[in-house]
Write a new protein. Structure first.
Length: 255
């Protein structure tokens, strides 16, 4: 009987000692975490297993480390960590940060930031990264008789975007020069934007010869055709960055 009691007491003492050790290591890990030493803190929290909320701190340390990697432009390592955490939103954000850095390094200056461009036949497609985190896709087509320009503004952290389209042309009818100009703009829901999207231009104007026969619906259809015809060039432009980024990372989740 005495032996059983002694063993029980010994077990209790061992448990108490182990708990005290865990408590001490947990406090050390917290101190490391609070001082910004996330790699060291993570190692200690991992060793603590399921003690207290060590598991949550392991995840938080990984997030902090990934954020630091993005700041130091070690984008792929950050993406690997976010992928391990199944954090797709942060993966996309890291890719966009990488893309912005790529555009600034390899592109040219633009009034809103920096841009890279690609020619496709008679049109030029530009991708602009601004300091505010917005992206703009600018599609231009021009010749001696007129121009066609679409600006798509994307705000990747939301499902909101904006489209502006302006088209101007001059031509000759029976020896007389005629002129037409159309412009329209509207907000779009980028989460459902696709090749079949019907734009609703609530801000539309038409001036010049035959303006009375022009309308917002017809102009909106020409907008979508212009965008769809330029998609392959934009996709190829993103592919050439070697970042493995696509249109969904920029906000077009279904395009």
């Amino acid at each position: 009987m005495k032996k059983i009691i002694s063993l029980t007491i010994l077990c209790c003492l061992l448990v108490a000692m182990l708990t005290a050790c865990d408590s001490s290591d947990y406090k050390k890990a917290l101190k490391l975490y609070n001082s910004g030493q996330y790699s060291e803190a993570m190692s200690m929290f991992e060793e603590l297993g399921d003690y207290e909320d060590s598991g949550s701190y392991v995840v938080d340390c990984k997030v902090k480390i990934a954020e630091s990697l993005v700041e130091n432009k070690e984008f792929q390592d950050a993406i690997n960590i976010y992928s391990e955490l199944n954090d797709e939103a942060s993966v996309s954000a890291a890719k966009r940060a990488w893309l912005a850095d790529y555009i600034e390094t390899n592109g040219t200056a633009h009034t809103d930031g920096y841009q890279i461009t690609r020619n496709q036949g008679d049109r030029t497609i530009s991708l602009v990264a601004s300091e505010s985190g917005k992206y703009k896709v600018i599609i231009k087509q021009g010749n001696d008789v007129g121009y066609n320009e679409i600006i798509i503004t994307l705000m990747p952290d939301t499902s909101t975007g904006f489209i502006q389209h302006e088209r101007e042309i001059s031509f000759t009818i029976l020896g007389r020069t005629a002129y037409q100009k159309e412009s329209g703009s509207c907000e779009i829901d980028t989460s459902v934007f696709n090749r079949g999207t019907m734009l609703n231009y609530n801000d539309y104007s038409a001036i010049g010869t035959g303006a009375e026969d022009m309308n917002a619906s017809s102009f909106a259809r020409s907008t979508m055709k212009f965008i769809n015809d330029s998609k392959s060039a934009l996709t190829q432009m993103l592919k050439e960055t070697n970042i493995e980024i696509n249109l969904s990372d920029l906000g077009f989740t279904s395009y």
